[in-house]
Design a protein around this ligand. Structure first.
Ligand code: ATP
Length: 136
C-alpha cells in the first residue's frame, strides 16, 4: 500500500510523531481534509481537532490544537501549537480548562475575550473527545 511520510512537531515538545502512513484525516480552515500519498502541494492552517492517522493496517488519533500543515506528494509536515497522543492527555486538566472556558463564556461581560475563551473551549472539547469523556 502506498505511503506518505508524516511528521508532527510542536514548539514545546519538538517532534512527537514521524511515520510512513497511508492516510491523514484532519480539520483545516478549508474544511475536513483527507490526505493520501501523492497529494498535490498544499499549505493550510489547522483548527483544533482529533486527527485520524491510518498506518500499518490500523488507525491512531492525535490531538492538535491548531497550527500549520504543509503537504507535498511525498511528505506531510505539521507544526502544531500543541499536540498530544491520547496517552499523554491529562483528562482532569482538560476538564478544568473546559469548565473555566464555559464559565467565562456564560458570563458574557465586556472583560471576557470571547475568541480566546471559545478557542480554549474547542481545545478542551477535542482533548476530551480523544479520551472518550462525554461533555455537556
Ligand atoms: P490549559 O489551560 O490547561 O493550559 P490550554 O488548552 O490552554 O490548556 P495549550 O496552550 O493548548 O493548553 O497547551 C500548552 C501546553 O500544555 C502544550 O505543551 C500542551 O501539549 C500541554 N497541555 C495542555 N493541556 C493538556 C492536557 N489536558 N493534557 C496534556 N497536555 C496538555
Amino acid at each position: 500500500m502506498a505511503t506518505i511520510l508524516l511528521e508532527i512537531a510542536t514548539p514545546d515538545k519538538g517532534e512527537i510523531y514521524k511515520n510512513d502512513i497511508n492516510m491523514l484525516i484532519t480539520r483545516s480552515i478549508c474544511g475536513e481534509l483527507g490526505i493520501l500519498p501523492k497529494h498535490a502541494n498544499l499549505l493550510t492552517a489547522l483548527l483544533p481537532n482529533v486527527m485520524r492517522i491510518k498506518e500499518n493496517g490500523g488507525e491512531v488519533q492525535i490531538f492538535v490544537s491548531g497550527g500549520f500543515m504543509e503537504v507535498t506528494p511525498e511528505k506531510i509536515t505539521i507544526l502544531a501549537d500543541a499536540a498530544e497522543k491520547p496517552d499523554d492527555i491529562d483528562v482532569e486538566r482538560a476538564k478544568s480548562a473546559f469548565q473555566r472556558a464555559s464559565e467565562r463564556l456564560a458570563k458574557k461581560n465586556d472583560d471576557i475575550d470571547i475568541d480566546r475563551a471559545e478557542a480554549a473551549l474547542a481545545r478542551a472539547k477535542a482533548r476530551l473527545l480523544v479520551k472518550g469523556v462525554p461533555i455537556g
